[in-house]
Write a protein that binds this ligand. Structure first.
Ligand code: HEM
Length: 520
């Protein structure tokens, strides 16, 4: 009996402690939010602006971020800035010329790194040592893009094998349509093809290695959302509770450790290491980052940056293709003309880049269905004055919104309609008017950035992996179009995206039907 009472006491104590923590946390967040609201009072807000009532707008935003953002844009497009409430802060949204200001601002004023520390709670989710030395950025900005011809060959080798294992294995002998769960299969597919150029075969095909990389991204997104519910002074405690880095690091070391040791032995024998991401990391890692543990964690982070962004972009595009099958024929004709053969071993970067219709189709898909409501996230490190004269104090989070820019009728004709050849036509007419390789033509390419196209951010921090990602997506798309027919379960109907607050993912349950190519 005594033990039961004691146990009940303990449960009550824990409950009180939890309520107290939540209570302190709410009060502290309200205080934080009140201070931030005063500092930003000169910037108009969407919906309710009161210390309590702003939570109503926050809830509306969590339910439908796009409509809240568009309401702000409609009301305040002339000012170029408005703010929306988050659980623990306000975010200032830049539109029009203010987007150009963010793109051009130096890191000492508007910092992507500081914004990511806040938004991703990177010290607890990615590992503090990653931001202590970001040497991987040099690899993305330099070697990865220079080595595209090498990665192209490796990916062309892996892609048919992936299709054989993941798609052909599901097809029946009478070539009926097979239903493929798009999100799961394509994430693994992208992970394997990408890792062929990160760690090589056979590790890129290892199921456990793939699962760790996929899980790591979920852990980062889930962990950062939970940690961000708490006020700053509780974040280290909650962060420590949610920190799964050391466990994941051990699991990845089990796969990558032997490879690193093997490559060191190869090097010591005066031979060449494989030409891939792991070797580039080994060569670039400064003192203090050379251990097997450190290199493995870095590789996990490289996968985090590269994998889900590419997998989601690819899945969005396949949903477009499968629901708009009228594009299959014209993309096939272009691919057959430009690639000249169905054998991926004989495709190269130059040939695939000549496929302008494919380039345009993928850019249009990304314009309408991207990664979410925000791009160009930055935190002001000092007071920052926009070109319209408006100043934000140090510590303000700001961003631009693809949901606004990509649907702005002053930038795009008939913006909400999917036109797979939109950018192809604009590019062709730019060539007629200004010529090839002119800024007018370049701006309509898939990998080009601008204030009207935010799929890869912009300015000095524009995604450095975009040339690699675009190449991977194009090569897989080319193989898919030349070898398979696809359609959606309900013909012509694209599975709905999943929105949670500002984050957008392609449908988790959506299927794509595949069969071996029958139609011409
Ligand atoms: C289709 C796939 C991808 C999309 C849509 C995408 C999108 C983005 C966006 C929107 C940004 C923010 C840029 C800004 O704020 O200005 C970004 C940054 C970044 N991306 Fe990507 N990304 C993709 C693939 C990749 C890949 C494959 C890699 C690596 C191999 C990569 C590495 C990075 C890095 C390191 C940054 C931060 C750059 C910096 O700190 O300067 N991304 N990406």
């Amino acid at each position: 009996m005594f033990e039961v009472l004691q146990a009940q006491d303990t449960i009550w104590s824990l409950t009180y402690a939890l309520c107290l923590a939540v209570g302190i946390s709410r009060v502290s967040i309200l205080l934080q939010s009140y201070q931030a609201r005063r500092a930003l009072s000169h910037i108009p807000n969407v919906g309710h602006g009161g210390i309590f009532t702003s939570y109503i707008t926050f809830m509306q935003y969590m339910k439908n971020a796009r409509s809240v953002l568009w309401k702000g844009f409609d009301q305040y497009k002339e000012t170029g800035l408005f703010k929306i409430p988050q659980a623990d802060r306000w975010i200032v949204i830049a539109t029009g010329d203010s987007v150009e200001d963010i793109r051009a601002a130096p890191d000492t004023s508007l910092s992507l790194e500081a914004a990511m520390i806040d938004l991703l709670q990177s010290d607890y989710t990615l590992g503090k040592e990653i931001r202590m030395d970001m040497y991987h950025l040099g690899i993305f900005r330099g070697i990865l893009t220079k080595k595209l011809p090498v990665t192209c060959t490796a990916m062309n080798d892996e892609i048919p094998l992936c299709f054989k294992d993941m798609i052909d294995s599901q097809l029946s002998s009478d070539n009926d349509w097979a239903s493929i769960p798009a999100n799961d299969v394509f994430t693994k597919f992208i992970c394997r093809v990408m890792n062929r150029t990160f760690v090589g075969a056979p590790l890129c095909r290892d199921e456990d290695y793939t699962n760790i990389n996929i899980y790591f991204a979920h852990h980062v997104m889930f962990g950062s959302t939970i940690i961000n519910i708490f006020p700053d002074f509780l974040k280290p405690i909650v962060g420590a509770l949610f920190n799964k880095i050391s466990g994941l690091q051990k699991r990845i070391v089990a796969h990558v450790g032997p490879l690193i040791r093997e490559r060191r032995a190869v090097e010591a024998a005066g031979k060449e290491k494989p030409d891939d991401m792991l070797s580039w990391l080994m060569d670039a890692a400064p003192a203090g980052h050379q251990s097997v543990e450190s290199l493995s964690l870095r590789l996990l982070n490289v996968n985090f940056m590269a994998l889900h962004t590419t997998a989601m972009t690819f899945t969005h595009a396949v949903f477009h293709l499968a629901s708009k099958t009228e594009y299959i024929g014209l993309l096939r004709t272009e691919l057959e003309q430009e690639l000249g053969t169905n054998d991926p071993q004989r495709w190269d970067k130059e040939k695939i880049e000549r496929c302008w219709k494919l380039d345009s189709f993928l850019k249009e898909s990304q314009r309408l269905n991207g990664l979410g409501a925000f791009s160009l996230p930055r935190k002001s490190l000092t007071p920052y004055r926009f070109s319209n004269g408006c100043e934000i104090p140090a510590g303000t989070t700001i961003a631009a919104s693809p949901v606004i820019a990509h649907l702005d009728p002053t930038i795009y004709d008939d913006p909400s309609t999917f036109d797979g050849l939109r950018f192809y036509k604009l590019r062709e007419s730019a060539v007629t008017q200004s010529g090839m390789d002119t800024p007018d033509e370049i701006k309509y390419r898939l990998t080009s950035t601008g204030a009207g196209y935010l799929g890869y951010g912009g300015g000095r921090h524009a995604c450095p992996g975009r040339f690699f990602a675009a190449l991977e997506i194009k090569l897989i798309f080319a193989y898919l179009i030349l070898n398979y027919d696809v359609r959606t379960e309900v013909e012509g109907v694209r599975p709905d995206d999943l929105w949670f607050g500002p984050v957008c993912t392609p449908s988790r349950s959506g299927k794509v039907l595949f069969r071996r190519r029958v139609t011409v």
